[in-house]
Write a protein that binds this ligand. Structure first.
Ligand code: ADP
Length: 488
């Protein structure tokens, strides 16, 4: 295993524009911190609006030739990137642990998950299909084809530094779009190191450009307003997504928005409780709870709620807290002190309103931003924790009386990303598929993410789908052509 110092020395610290690694014109820099120790890991370029404009210029300049590249060639570039990622898997895993905090074993899982987008969309590049047929009147022939949308701007969050980048870059490239990507300023190193991997895989100049900045709004605004940009893909919080949609409206951009979640995790009285608890641990504690798909509200039938709470408390009390590089750790630090403050405020509010604290409930007294894995039962209606995205290792349990009550409680949120349902009754499971207002559902499973699946939400959780057969269409425009009946 490579040492932390050797790895960090390999990670680029400048902007990647038009195939060159360049300094920022701002002359400013960003310190990237290890959330487990608060130490500075690296100091990187802080892009100015002029750098953002240069990155878009480079993407625009490369667009025509990239769109003209044979689909097989685009697919093979992604496949080479997939292969290189396997070779460098340990490095990417360690890098994500260092800048984001997740345990190395989970970071390794993200390398697998993130890599699959490269493989999947490398395969999809050659399957962009259209149709040809008679119009209903029989007087002409209708042709439907799909063309790349054009230069795309990708904005990614800090919680899955690799997978959020590959989930956007891979379909864009497969479709024939060039991109500017702006990773989160808290975890930019993985995207920079991934750009280097793409370079090694033979990426043509300007097809992918990376800008890192501490002034996201100032740098992104002019890019989004530029008429040469045709697509904005964002993953992050709902308020920022809403602000970006408003900006995108002025330029009538195609948009994909993966926004916040408030996932219900519904356990029926007929569920296999062992499986429900296993699923709950995954749905809640994967990524230290810092996932938009994290179970946010455990909605458990009143007859099994005590048993469920007891079993999950036992499991949660045994979780080891520490730096993600340490053996056996499953709870790393939260991303920063603000995230700890938020988790603490939500827990305190729930307890003040009458919830029972079964384990955890405190900050951890050590360097870095740690919060104890926590279980709350009997959370009262109206508590903030039922309405807001926790983004931390906190289980919050409420009870329900019957199926109708469960559906009402599960749907009582403005979000609609994912739901989890545990039941052994097939018909009930099928009713839940139709009754719960979410873009995705885990039926007797606690994780749904897969490169082959259309990931996305409804309501305030977003617009569009990433991954699956649908994912490439986020970067394709439909063109329809009519020709006269050739026999007439
Ligand atoms: P989170 O709450 O997960 O940090 P954010 O929505 O704040 O999510 O951030 C997600 C991404 O959006 C990050 O890359 C961040 O830098 C970027 N971002 C935040 N605010 C803006 C903005 N006003 N314009 C463009 N990008 C932004």
């Amino acid at each position: 295993m490579i040492s932390e110092i050797d790895l960090l020395a390999k990670v680029p610290t400048r902007l990647f524009i038009g195939g060159d690694w360049v300094e920022s014109t701002s002359g400013r820099s960003i310190d990237v911190h290890d959330p487990a120790t608060d130490a500075v890991l690296a100091t990187i370029a802080d892009a100015s609006p002029a750098d953002g404009a240069a990155a878009l210029d480079a993407a625009v300049a490369a667009q025509e030739s990239w769109a003209a590249t044979a689909p097989r060639v685009r697919g093979e570039l992604l496949r080479r990137a997939f292969d290189l990622l396997q070779e460098r898997a340990d490095e990417f895993a360690l890098l994500m642990t260092l800048e984001m905090g997740k345990p190395v074993a989970e970071a390794r899982g993200e390398v697998t998950y993130g890599g699959e987008f490269l493989r999947w969309f490398g395969e999809e590049a050659v399957r962009i299909q259209g149709r040809y047929g008679k119009n209903p009147e029989g007087t002409g022939r209708m042709i439907v084809t799909h063309l790349p949308v054009g230069p795309s701007f990708l904005i990614t969050p800090w919680n899955f530094p690799l997978a959020m980048a590959t989930r956007k870059i891979a379909p864009a490239l497969a479709a024939g779009c060039t991109v500017v990507i702006k990773p989160a300023e808290l975890t930019p190193l993985t995207t920079l190191y991934f750009a280097k991997l793409l370079e090694d895989a033979g990426l043509p100049k300007g097809v992918v450009n990376v800008i890192t900045t501490s002034t996201s709004k100032e740098v992104s605004g002019p890019i989004i307003a530029d008429p040469r940009l045709r697509k904005l893909s964002f993953t992050g919080s709902t308020p920022v997504g809403v602000a970006l949609l408003k900006q995108a409206a002025d330029n009538v951009l195609r948009t994909s928005m993966e926004l916040g979640g408030n996932a219900p995790f519904v356990v029926f009285e007929d569920a296999d409780l062992d499986k429900a608890v296993d699923g709950a641990m995954l749905a809640k504690f994967r990524n230290i709870g810092e996932a938009c798909t994290a179970a946010n509200r455990f909605i458990v039938h009143e007859s099994v709620a005590d048993e469920f709470a007891t079993r999950i408390t036992e499991r949660v009390s045994a979780l080891k807290i520490g730096r993600g590089t340490e053996d056996g750790v499953s709870i790393g630090p939260l991303i920063n002190s603000g995230a700890v403050d938020k988790a603490a405020a939500l827990v305190d509010d729930a307890v003040e309103r009458g919830a029972t604290l079964l384990t955890g409930g405190s900050r951890v007294d050590r360097a870095g931003s740690f919060y104890e894995p926590t279980v709350l039962s009997g959370v009262a209606a109206g508590s903030d924790i039922l309405r807001e995205e926790i983004f931390g290792p906190v289980v919050s349990i409420v009870t329900f009386t019957d199926e109708k009550d469960a559906v009402a409680k599960a749907n009582d949120t403005e979000y609609g990303l994912v739901s989890y349902v545990f039941t052994r009754d097939l018909a009930r499971g099928q009713r839940m598929v139709e009754a719960l207002n979410t873009g995705m559902m885990g039926l007797n499973v606690g994780v749904v993410s897969n490169a082959a699946a259309p990931f996305g939400g409804v309501k305030q959780s977003g617009i569009g789908r990433e991954g699956g057969a649908e994912g490439i269409h986020e970067y394709l425009e439909t063109k329809y052509v009519l020709t006269p009946d050739p026999f007439a």
